[in-house]
Write a protein that binds this ligand. Structure first.
Ligand SMILES: C[S@@+](CC[C@H](N)C(=O)[O-])C[C@H]1O[C@@H](n2cnc3c(N)ncnc32)[C@H](O)[C@@H]1O
Length: 219
């Protein structure tokens, strides 16, 4: 039986929620900002990739799985989405999300659920579903992919950390062995197979820094 790593994952993200959000806000010292721009460039690139692939979101219903501090959620609402739902296992991340949408005046068109997709009780479906910076922490994606498929009507966008980049051993040591948060990496063929087996057709798969960014649609 596969081990359930979610308590460790939730604890880790809860503890570093504010620190994570400074990657977006830049509220840190100049050298730390420089390091983010250099070493975490794909966090900005994947954001731009998602917005570009989503195109015109006016009137659409969107779900952000592993929404973190809500940066995608508020941006979708600003771009005219009808409603955006953010789902996350870390309460502190959801607190930051709610604070952000209040500040941005986007709160009336979004809601949040404290849950893992595996135990998220909802009958809602969405035009677009995204899961960005999420699969890194999932040992066995198929079950969650099948649940996401059931909730997705048009488009599913996901970002996956690539196997065998120089970042892989660094993250394994830093996150998993030092900080106790398990982290996983994926090959392109494996991602495409898991998506197909879950009922998606892969429309495109782009290499974005140390990630694969994948656009899929339900079959
Ligand atoms: C690297 S952050 C990414 C946040 C956001 N998607 C972004 O790119 O700005 C990963 C987030 O996924 C959440 N997460 C990890 N595993 C999860 C799961 N099984 N269900 C829901 N959220 C999860 C974490 O709590 C964390 O907030």
């Amino acid at each position: 039986m596969k081990k359930d790593n979610m308590p460790q994952v939730a604890r880790f993200w809860n503890d570093i929620a504010e620190e994570f959000d400074t990657i977006y806000t830049g509220r840190k010292g100049g050298f730390a900002r420089f390091l983010d721009q250099w070493l975490r460039k794909d966090i900005y690139q994947r954001f731009d990739w998602v917005m570009e692939r989503c195109g015109d979101v006016r009137g659409l219903r969107i779900c952000d799985i592993g929404c973190g501090s809500g940066r995608f959620v508020t941006e979708f609402v600003k771009r005219g989405a009808a409603h955006v739902t953010g789902v996350d296992v870390a309460p502190e991340m959801l607190r930051l999300s709610k604070e952000l949408v209040e500040k941005d005046g986007t709160a009336d068109r979004c809601d949040f659920a404290l849950a893992d997709v595996l135990n998220w009780k909802t009958t809602q479906t969405f035009d677009i579903t995204i899961a960005i910076g999420f699969w890194d922490y999932i040992q066995d994606p198929p079950e969650r992919l099948r649940l996401i498929r059931q909730k997705t009507n048009q488009t599913f966008l996901s970002a996956w950390p690539r196997f065998w980049t120089w970042r892989m051993p660094v993250r394994k040591v830093r996150l998993q062995y030092i900080r106790g948060c398990p982290v996983y990496f994926f090959r392109r063929s494996q991602i495409e197979k898991m998506l197909r087996d879950s009922g998606f057709e892969v429309v495109r798969c782009d290499t974005v820094g140390k990630l694969f960014c994948v656009e899929a649609r339900p079959i």
